[in-house]
Design a protein around this ligand. Structure first.
Ligand SMILES: C[S@@+](CC[C@H](N)C(=O)[O-])C[C@H]1O[C@@H](n2cnc3c(N)ncnc32)[C@H](O)[C@@H]1O
Length: 274
């Protein structure tokens, strides 16, 4: 039986640098095994004989293979109402402030790096419950087309819905045996798009956002790409808009442009007013 190909250090570094340049995701030397495991699927599927063949193959295939690469190098863990204290603060403090400022006219919320949609759908359900009369544009974006397809499909596992409050569970989910379908009406209120957070042109298409949720993605970036993504999101925010990162993350060494504010032990970053 032939041995599976192994990833040599020099090839690892070339692939790592390429992935970093395209996505901002930095794979440290200590995570070489991660890249080796994830890329093994691309090698096998494309019937390549070694990792050395992969980069030339990728460059010759262009966008199609690049999208598959994004599918394997990203970590897509997510679930409804993840980090619920942030959604409490969103509901009780951020939303009232934004609505007051906007005088209840349309508000815009962007779930940047939304994976399979649980985060923007959580926002959409909260908005439907707490501000049903307000017009809201909710955007869910990700670099990976595979997860965006799942998001549009709206079918979720027990794992994804396990911390959904019972009221929301009953009202917005239809049980289908082992899976749950998220309410179709609310699904339609979320616009999904492919946006790479370090792609200036793509991010510039999104403007005047009142709240950005960018949770659990910058942890995969190094400081330089964090700074780039945060500065592009800063430009996408409306004056007084809020940026929320994951509870374990901090923008302390990343930006001074956004003002950190703590509400009920949740840290938020706010853009100054105009
Ligand atoms: C761990 S999930 C976070 C999902 C959700 N925000 C949450 O907190 O539950 C990280 C997501 O970031 C996406 N991602 C990674 N690099 C990205 C980039 N450069 N631009 C946009 N999305 C990216 C991945 O595809 C993945 O779906």
């Amino acid at each position: 039986m032939s041995q599976p190909p192994s990833l040599q250090d020099a090839t690892f570094r070339s692939l790592r640098d390429y992935i970093y340049a395209q996505t901002g995701i930095f794979v440290p030397d200590s995570k070489k095994y991660f890249l080796e495991n994830r890329l093994a699927r691309r090698i096998a599927e494309n019937k390549l004989s070694s990792f050395d063949d992969y980069l030339p193959f990728l460059l010759s295939r262009g966008n199609g293979e690049l999208k598959s690469l994004y599918g394997v190098v990203t970590t897509n863990e997510t679930y409804f109402f993840r980090e619920p204290q942030q959604f409490d603060v969103f509901t009780k403090h951020i939303l009232p402030r934004v609505l007051d400022r906007k005088r209840n006219k349309e508000i815009r919320v962007w779930s940047a790096a939304c994976s399979s949609g649980e985060e923007p759908y959580t926002v959409a359900a909260i908005l439907k419950e707490t501000a049903p009369a307000v017009r809201a544009e909710i955007i869910g974006s990700d670099i990976s087309d595979g997860v965006l397809e799942s998001a549009r499909r709206g079918i979720y596992s027990t794992y994804s819905v396990r911390v959904v409050p019972p009221y929301y569970q009953q009202k917005y989910f239809r049980s289908m045996g082992e899976t749950y379908e998220f309410d179709e009406g609310i699904r339609k209120t979320v616009k999904f798009m492919n946006v790479n957070l370090i792609d200036e042109k793509a991010v510039r298409a999104i403007r005047d956002v009142d709240v950005i949720l960018c949770r659990n993605v910058l942890i995969y970036f190094d400081d330089k790409s964090k700074r780039k993504a945060v500065s592009l999101m800063y430009d996408a925010l409306a004056p007084n808009g809020f940026l929320m990162v994951g509870t374990s993350e901090s923008l302390h060494s990343v930006t001074r442009a956004l003002q950190p504010t703590v509400i009920d032990r949740v840290v938020l970053y706010q853009k100054a007013g105009s």
